[in-house]
Design a protein around this ligand. Structure first.
Ligand code: THU
Length: 132
C-alpha cells in the first residue's frame, strides 16, 4: 500500500468515528509528524456548538502528545463529492507546525482529491516567524 493510501485508510477509520450528530458532517484527518509517525483525528462536536473541535485539531493534539513538534504531510477526508478544504482556523493551526511547502491532500468520500501546498491555502500568513 502506498504511503498516501495508508494515510487515506487511517483518515477513513478516524472519519467513521467522528462525533458529528449536529452537522452530520464527518471528517477525518491524518498528519505525518517529523518522526514519520502518523496521527489521526476526527471532528468532535458538542451540544454547545462553539465547543466543537475539528478533525485537524484532534489530530494535532495526538501529534503533540506523541512527541512530534513538526508536521510534514497532511491528509483530510470529508463527505460528499468535493475534496474537503480545511477551515480557516485549521489552516492557522497546521501552519504552526508545518512549512510553506508542506503538502496537504484534500480528499472526499467520492474519491475526488487534489493536493495543495500550505502556502496556497494560507498565503501571507501570520505564523511563528512573524513574531521574530
Ligand atoms: N470540520 C472539520 O473537522 N475540519 C474542517 O477543516 C472543516 C470543518 C468539521 C467541523 C464540524 O464538526 C463539521 O465539520 C461541519 O462544519
Amino acid at each position: 500500500m502506498s504511503e498516501k493510501n495508508r494515510m487515506l485508510t487511517l483518515a477513513a477509520q478516524a472519519r467513521d468515528r467522528a462525533y458529528a450528530p449536529y452537522s452530520g458532517f464527518q471528517v477525518g484527518a491524518v498528519l505525518r509528524g517529523g518522526s514519520g509517525r502518523l496521527y489521526a483525528g476526527c471532528n468532535v462536536e458538542n451540544a454547545a456548538y462553539p465547543q466543537s473541535q475539528c478533525a485537524e485539531a484532534t489530530a494535532l493534539g495526538g501529534l503533540i502528545v506523541g512527541g512530534d513538534t513538526r508536521l510534514t504531510e497532511v491528509l483530510i477526508l470529508g463527505p460528499g463529492d468535493k475534496p474537503l478544504v480545511p477551515c480557516g482556523g485549521c489552516r492557522q493551526r497546521l501552519l504552526e507546525f508545518a512549512t510553506a511547502d508542506t503538502p496537504i491532500h484534500l480528499c472526499s468520500e467520492s474519491g475526488a482529491h487534489t493536493t495543495l501546498i500550505l502556502a496556497a491555502l494560507m498565503p501571507h500568513a501570520f505564523g511563528p516567524d512573524s513574531l521574530s
